[in-house]
Design a protein around this ligand. Structure first.
Ligand SMILES: Cc1ncc(COP(=O)(O)O)c(C=O)c1O
Length: 214
């Protein structure tokens, strides 16, 4: 069996209707902006692994550092334990972040980071107020991931339809522009005493359709 046939026999791919999907491209190697399939055909990874591969594939420095670390300590439970790479990363990240960010909480991926952020905001209000705020504001066509909280704060679509009765209510607002900014501000002011948090992608709604705003 070819790799593509073996894949089809055992794997479901994300964001893919498996009944009518085109055969997946069998990638065996990556280097910089390029990917290579099993026949040696070269592709430009213009998708950049859905925008996250900013340093290119198989970057020699990253590969070396990951391999070095794996030989020393690959993982340790983070409740009750710590390790230097985690502390060092937090120390380096904090000065780069805007505002008065003082602490880092590590999560696994985009969707669970969104869950954590929403939970932190709701817990903040639960801890500090006898009548905790619960309303969440989000942009209409936003995409924040595929876990239940992340789907709830995202635009509704064919991908969220089967779960819609289980998603929580969110106050969706339009992307700001010169025409609607006054109206948007007054809506936000009106809601402000109830709002626990506002989740947004700064400047551009990526998966929502590359919608730019200021
Ligand atoms: C803005 C944004 N938030 C969250 C996610 C979800 O990230 P992940 O796929 O790592 O769960 C994505 C994924 O494309 C995204 O574009």
């Amino acid at each position: 069996m070819t790799l593509v046939e073996r894949d089809k026999a055992v794997i479901w791919h994300p964001y893919t209707q498996m009944k009518n999907a085109l055969p997946n491209i069998p990638i065996v190697r990556g280097e910089g902006a390029h990917l290579y399939d099993e026949n040696g055909k070269k592709y430009i990874d213009a998708v950049s692994s859905w925008w996250v591969n900013i340093h290119g594939h198989s970057h020699p420095y990253i590969a070396e550092k990951v391999a070095e670390q794996l030989k020393v300590l690959e993982h340790v439970i983070f409740a009750g334990f710590t390790h230097e790479p985690a502390v060092l990363l937090a120390e380096r990240l904090l000065p780069l972040l805007p505002g008065k960010q003082e602490k880092v909480f590590y999560s696994d991926n985009g969707s669970t980071a969104v869950e954590v952020a929403i939970k932190m905001c709701l817990q903040y209000w639960a801890n500090t107020s006898p009548n905790p705020r619960k309303k969440i504001i989000a942009f209409k066509d936003a995409y924040h991931g595929d876990t239940f909280g992340a789907m709830s704060v995202s635009g509704r679509s064919i991908f969220t339809d089967p779960f819609k009765s289980l998603l929580f209510d969110v106050e969706f607002i339009d992307l700001p522009n010169a025409q609607n900014i006054v109206q948007l501000k007054s809506k936000i002011n009106y809601l402000s005493n109830e709002v626990a948090c506002f989740i947004f992608e700064p400047r551009v709604l990526g998966a929502g359709g590359m919608l730019m705003y200021e």
